[in-house]
Design a protein around this ligand. Sequence first.
Ligand code: SAM
Length: 205
Amino acid sequence: MSNKQKTYDRVARLYDILDLPFEHGRYKRLRPQLFDGLRGALLDAGVGTGRNIAFYPANSDVTGVDISPAMLGRAKMRRAKLGRAVDLREMDVTGLTFADHSFDGVVSTFLFCVLEAELQLPALRELRRVCRPGGEIRILEYCLSQNPRRRFIMRMWAPWVRWVYGATFDRNTEQYLEQAGLELVKTQFLSHDIIKLLIVRPMVG
Ligand SMILES: C[S@@+](CC[C@H](N)C(=O)[O-])C[C@H]1O[C@@H](n2cnc3c(N)ncnc32)[C@H](O)[C@@H]1O
């Protein structure tokens, strides 16, 4: 069992409660933007407790994967409550069992800040492999603010975030894009300069 699976199996029961202030104060307003214009077969990588489910586009067919059975259990409850048909599967994003080009689009919210440095490239390569040519991969991530006050506050939070979620604010996922065969279409800050949306595409050729 991976460390991340253990971490998330342990925190699953409390995850939504711990995250509630951030979900309502910050994430809830950002999640719909992530799905804007996406349709068809979509992958939600690191689906967690299914916080994105309410925002899946109507004309889409979504598969959510996560390494933690306990987080998936929460996502299944949310799926039932929302009455959405979502295929939820236990899977490691660094070893997806889907065929090449299975998805029209891929989203991932706050997964890459959890993945250790050595898993960033394998995970990006997998997302690239399962995304069809021309499809978009949208990654929502935290990053360390350049504003001294905000940066200081983030540094204060960092030990808690690492301990509870195994996450850091400074993964700098962009550095692996080229090696993963992905081209950056757009970077957009959605909340100050701390939550960033990366829109990337499989490179052609
Ligand atoms: C911070 S949570 C984010 C959950 C959800 N995407 C959200 O926006 O609320 C990160 C999720 O990634 C999952 N995860 C961590 N490592 C993973 C891996 N290698 N493969 C798949 N999921 C993973 C965790 O179990 C956890 O549910």
